[in-house]
Design a protein. Sequence first.
Length: 170
Amino acid sequence: MLDPQRTALVLVDLMDRIVALPLEPRKGTDVLSAAQELAAAFRSAGALVVLIRVERPSAAEQPPGSALVAGLRRDGDLEVVKRTIGGFQGTDLDARLRERGIRTLVFGGIATNLGVESTARAAADLGYDLVFAEDAMAAFTAAEHEASVRLDFPRLGTVTKAADLDFAHG
């Protein structure tokens, strides 16, 4: 059971240009749908939703499709712009989570073995409890996705399906 006051949903790189890439074991649009459902459930429970997107460092103009997918962000969500693979390096993400008392992070996004895993590894190093919604992420190949969710993520936290996440009420 997740405590909505101490848990955040962290969605990585759900931007048009990344969602549109050829991905496995599911399409980017399927990842986006699962992420949108998770975000709605987290918001309904009063939990924080963190949306991380990447920008190219020292680029005056970002490539088309570099904003978050239209309609993904809602009032109260936290948007973080990263310039490396992971969402903690060079950002104020850790400080913003700690000031809200967040201790558990639930991950989804693209790509499983890159942005999601890099952000999760840094979060583990910082002492957060981690949960991975396996069906709310994808990678460039099924093998890369499977290596993360079967080999790496279980060493860092709990791997589950989005539908199996539940909040403690009280």
